[in-house]
Write a protein that binds this ligand. Structure first.
Ligand code: FES
Length: 668
């Protein structure tokens, strides 16, 4: 028998059900919804402590029969709008059916919906459907207090008493926060860190706190300013790493420090100044000041990590690459001259090994292989490839020296991914003529209007993703062999293959400037891709597996690169292509997760400790893997999934255009 719906007026007390949690209870009429919610363990936000100021506690009341719950709910089953709500409505507006749960009181049975914006532990869904959601539960939160009835001689004692009385919090005041107290405040907002320390103070009411997450890459820095209450990104900024003037890659910067004693101070100041500038840019974009930032998380590779923190990075330049510090660190931002809020704290994620840094920890936090049943391969390609392999049972990590070829360095016509760089390449298998796309234009080079579309930017060079595609297409067309040699026999078939000293090169763009793929370019990409593949394969061998369940490419290059072409070259192991995805700046996302969720800091500290570190430089299997991985896609490893979607040339076949005798769909 279905229950007869109860109505409010007949009930002695009132039934209350919160949605979407489904938590329910019975309460005396007159009970405030927020108090009832807390007693049931429902997380409703509040900054002002129920004074009707912040509006963070808004809920909506159901209207109608809820047969499954056995309740008839109606707006009039709550007391009419309280004075606080009328004031708030006049100031900021309350939607019809919406109430401030701190002020609305029960008059009958109700079903109450708590929208995501009013939940303390709200979730942020990410664009990629397979990416873990971010739960907003930051380490620091705002609390509003007033001093009504509290008038002792010591302002700090008064604040502690107010926090105890109004929030039930036994707080201690940081020196920076205490220095901000004047003693004449009537009310103020504090930043409460880890539920115990007041780190910042503002006069009056302040609804939101903001924090910054920073990824210090050896080439670029990226920062995001987030609202610590909603988790929303308020501003983003990036810049080239100004340390580049001391050395193009991290190892050359370590060499610079070794050769110029004392220069580590300057390198550290340069990078901290860059972080400070990014904080200023983000704050300005959001209409704030740098002093409004109360928390910052930082990730970076081990050398960037050490230089940023003022630690000795020189030992990281040679085996066994010992870290001066590998655990997570929390230190005052003022100690690093970041010029944020005087009480702001910096949290730096843990490093994993001498070549596997806090940026890789952040990638793990973002992609969560430790929660996966299937084996996940994470590949972050820069001048090194940081590689993580594993699942919920076991995680392994290594770093493999790919060099700068994927960033366009060591490539004859190479350049960074910027306007004018060729980023996509196709070669007709019959005519062997190329067409391409450049960054800054949506048109292929053989499309009408291409010339005018690039009139302002030109075709200036080729970036890493363009080189990958050019080589893969050349390989598919038979212009280069599985061993990476330009096939001179093809010169008779196309004017694009032209002599270049003792060998041949492929003319991709007649110019100016002329853009060619020369034999040395191919060799440098072979070395880079073999390093990445050998690192991945080394970890697979350690784990005793022949295939992975899914591959995630991270970092800027990983996001630009087409996974199919990466697999044709054998940069990554064979895998169903639909199981290969690009995660963008996963290190930056991990830094943001650590900013927004305090549990995530504990999680990654524990996970990083448990990662098995594999040292590629010392492992003989790495060299063996490297040699076989020089071929396209590999000398001996089969690529059956790739063979289902691409007709791979048969080794030794020299048919015209490579079109005959390929390993077809069913042959690979
Ligand atoms: S708790 Fe601030 S308005 Fe209700």
């Amino acid at each position: 028998m279905p229950k007869t719906p109860r109505s409010g007026p007949e009930a002695e007390d009132a039934a209350l059900v919160f949605m979407p949690s489904g938590l329910r209870g019975r309460f005396p009429r007159g009970t405030a919804l927020l108090a009832a919610a807390r007693s049931l363990g429902v997380d409703i936000d509040s900054v002002c402590g129920g004074r009707g100021i912040c509006g963070r506690c808004q809920v909506t009341v159901g209207d109608g029969d809820f047969a499954k719950l056995g309740i008839r709910s109606a707006p009039e089953h709550l007391h009419p709008l309280a004075a606080n709500e009328i004031r708030f409505d006049a100031r900021k507006g309350l939607q019809p059916g919406t109430r401030l749960s701190c002020s609305a009181r029960l008059a009958g049975d109700v079903v109450i919906d708590v929208p995501a914006a009013s939940q303390i532990h709200r979730q942020i869904m990410r664009k990629r459907t397979d990416a873990r959601a971010i739960q907003v539960d930051p380490v620091v939160r705002p609390l509003y207090v007033d001093f009504e009835g509290i008038a002792g001689p010591d302002p700090a004692d008064n604040l502690r008493a107010a926090l105890q009385a109004q929030w039930g919090v036994e707080a201690i005041l940081s020196g920076a926060a205490a220095a901000q107290l004047t003693g004449v405040e009537e009310n103020l907002t504090v930043a409460l860190r880890e539920e115990k320390t007041v780190t910042a103070i503002w006069p009056g009411f302040r609804e939101h706190l903001v924090g910054l997450s920073v990824d210090i890459g050896s080439t670029t820095l990226a920062a995001q300013l987030s609202n610590l209450g909603s988790g929303a990104i308020l501003a983003e900024a990036g810049m080239m790493n100004p340390q580049i003037r001391f050395g193009e890659d991290v190892m050359s910067r370590v060499s610079y420090i070794m050769m110029n004693p004392g220069s580590e101070i300057e390198l550290g100041e340069v990078i901290r100044r860059a972080v400070r500038d990014l904080a200023g840019q983000c704050a300005e974009q959001a209409g704030l000041e740098r002093r409004d930032i109360v928390e910052i998380t930082v990730v970076g590779n081990p050398i960037m990590h050490h230089i940023f923190l003022g630690l000795d990075a020189v030992p990281l330049g040679q085996a066994p690459f010992p870290l001066a510090e590998d655990g997570p660190l929390t230190i005052p931002a003022a100690d690093l001259d970041l010029d944020l809020n005087p009480g702001a704290q910096v949290h730096v994620l843990p490093c994993i090994a001498g070549h596997v840094g806090a940026d890789t920890s952040a990638v793990i936090l973002s992609e969560a292989p430790q929660l996966s049943d299937e084996v996940v391969l994470l590949v972050d390609i820069g001048t090194n490839a940081e590689i993580v392999l594993g699942n919920r049972d076991r995680l392994l990590a290594c770093s493999s020296p790919t060099g700068p070829a994927f960033e366009g360095a060591q490539i004859s016509s190479g350049q960074r991914a910027a306007a004018g760089a060729i980023e996509r390449v196709r070669i007709d298998p019959i005519s062997l003529a190329p067409r391409f796309k450049v960054i800054g234009s949506d048109l292929w080079s053989d499309a009408p209007g291409f010339a005018s579309s690039v009139a302002g930017i030109g075709v200036t060079g080729i970036c890493g993703s363009g080189v990958i595609e050019a080589l893969a297409e050349m390989f598919l067309c038979g212009l280069i062999t599985v061993d990476g040699l330009v096939d001179p026999g093809k010169a008779a078939l196309t004017p694009r293959l032209v002599r270049d000293g003792k060998t041949y090169c492929y003319l991709l763009h007649a110019g100016p400037p002329e853009i060619r793929i020369i034999q040395l370019d191919i060799r440098n990409i072979q070395l880079a891709k073999a390093a990445a593949y050998a690192g991945a394969r080394l970890l697979m061998n350690k784990m005793g597996i022949e295939k992975v369940g899914k591959i995630v490419l991270t970092g800027a290059f990983g996001s630009y690169m087409d996974p199919k072409y990466a697999m044709i070259l054998g940069l990554i192991p064979d895998c169903p292509l639909e199981q290969v995805s690009a995660a963008g700046n996963a290190a930056g996302t991990g830094a943001r997760i650590a900013l927004l969720n305090r549990e995530a800091r504990l999680e990654i500290a524990a996970v990083a400790r448990g990662v098995e570190k594999i040292e590629t430089a010392l492992d003989p299997d790495f060299q063996d893997q490297f040699v076989g991985a020089m071929a396209f896609p590999h000398k001996s490893h089969p690529f059956p999934n790739l063979g289902k979607i691409v007709a791979l040339p048969v080794p030794g076949n020299t048919g015209p255009g490579g079109r005959r005798g390929r390993r077809g769909r069913n042959q690979a």
